[in-house]
Design a protein around this ligand. Structure first.
Ligand SMILES: Nc1nc2c(ncn2[C@@H]2O[C@H](COP(=O)(O)OP(=O)(O)OP(=O)(O)O)[C@@H](O)[C@H]2O)c(=O)[nH]1
Ligand SMILES: [Mg+2]
Length: 326
């Protein structure tokens, strides 16, 4: 797609703030064509020293809780305050259907028109790992292009949350005002991953329920983070009225500022990069292993045997792994 000799040109254009170059660069890292992979890697390597400058904030929550609406409301405020905001998405459903939360459902019309904003729908792909990896690389590209704020939206489905929590500096969970009743049903793992919780849609008739939900959430967070000096904050807010949004962002910004000063942010990012490396190795090993036609056929047979209960998964896995070529 892009000639090797143009990596330098593309990097230069991207760093100068050229949107088309950024979009092209992201398309390049999203490309699954074998020929594009080394070029994408060269580009990322070239731009790596210029990445890392953004506040990276992940936003998760059940479908319809208002993630996109919040991102648009926050994004517009941040742009008005002079920040440059990039919005990315990790959508596990797009891995299956090729659809995209940002593209199809919520277009963030006002934010997308703002000259200081850049919105990129979730990449397609066959695995969540692949989609998340490309989003992470897109995040680095946005930073190299000068965006000082990157917001990553993901639907709350467990795995994608772990992936997004692993690429951001602050992971925000959105709850609906009804969450007080449903708190039991919210996966404990998600509450544990969250660096903060916003009880959203606290407006109109929903406001009293939001207050109750926030109280219950506060209790739950205290239990989960009992020993910590600074347990994750719980906010109440509305993207429709704007209630609580300034406070939300100011607290996140202050926490990140403190984490930067103390070195906690650098160690969080270092740990994330290490985890990412390990995960990438796992995923590539598996992909390469299964790319062998004999192995794939044996895997299909083994799955049938395991499903039928005629073989144990452990034994079948051992036989399969013995097929590895050295
Ligand atoms: N009352 C109220 N409604 C809101 C608020 N924020 C969003 N909504 C509404 O909630 C619905 C879903 O909003 P989205 O922003 O698309 O929610 P989402 O979490 O991004 O949804 P998915 O991407 O599909 O998971 C829309 O009808 C919004 O208008 C809010 O603060 N108050
Ligand atoms: Mg959305």
């Amino acid at each position: 797609m892009v000639r090797v000799s143009t990596v330098q040109e593309l990097a230069t254009a991207l760093r100068s703030g050229d949107r088309a170059a950024l979009a092209r660069a992201i398309t390049l890292v999203e490309s699954q064509r074998a020929a594009d992979v080394p070029i994408a890697e060269a580009l990322l390597q070239e731009l790596l020293p210029h990445s890392g400058g953004a506040m990276r904030v992940g936003i998760t929550g059940a479908p319809g809780v208002g993630k996109s609406t919040l991102i648009e409301a926050l994004g517009l405020r941040l742009c008005a305050a002079g920040r440059h905001v990039a919005v990315l998405a990790v959508d596990p459903s797009s891995a299956v259907t090729g659809g995209s939360i940002l593209g199809d459902k919520t277009r963030m019309t006002d934010l997308s028109r703002h000259p200081h904003a850049f919105i990129r729908p979730s990449p397609g792909g066959s695995t969540l790992g692949g989609v998340a990896a490309r989003t992470r690389e897109a995040l680095l590209l946005c930073e190299a292009a000068g965006f000082d704020t990157v917001l990553v939206e993901t639907i709350g489905t467990g795995q994608s949350e772990v992936a997004v929590a692993g690429m951001v500096d602050f992971f925000l969970l959105l709850l609906s005002p009804a969450a007080g009743d449903e708190l039991q049903g919210i996966k404990r793992g998600v509450m544990e991953l969250a660096d903060g919780v916003l009880v959203h849609k606290a407006d109109g008739d929903l406001a009293p329920a939001a207050d109750r939900a926030a109280q219950q959430c506060l209790l739950a967070m205290r239990v989960l983070h009992g020993g910590e000096a600074e347990p994750p904050p719980v906010w109440i807010g509305s993207s429709v009225t704007g209630r609580g949004l300034d406070e939300l962002w100011d607290t996140i910004a202050a926490r990140l500022q403190a984490a930067r000063a103390s070195g906690a942010l650098a160690s969080r990012r270092a740990r994330q990069a290490g985890d990412w490396l390990e995960q990438t190795v796992r995923e590539r090993l598996l992909t390469e292993f299964l790319a062998d036609a004999e192995v794939a056929a044996a895997m299909t047979r083994a799955k049938a045997e395991v499903a039928a209960g005629t073989r144990l998964p452990g034994a079948a896995a051992r036989t399969l792994l013995a097929m590895r070529r050295s």
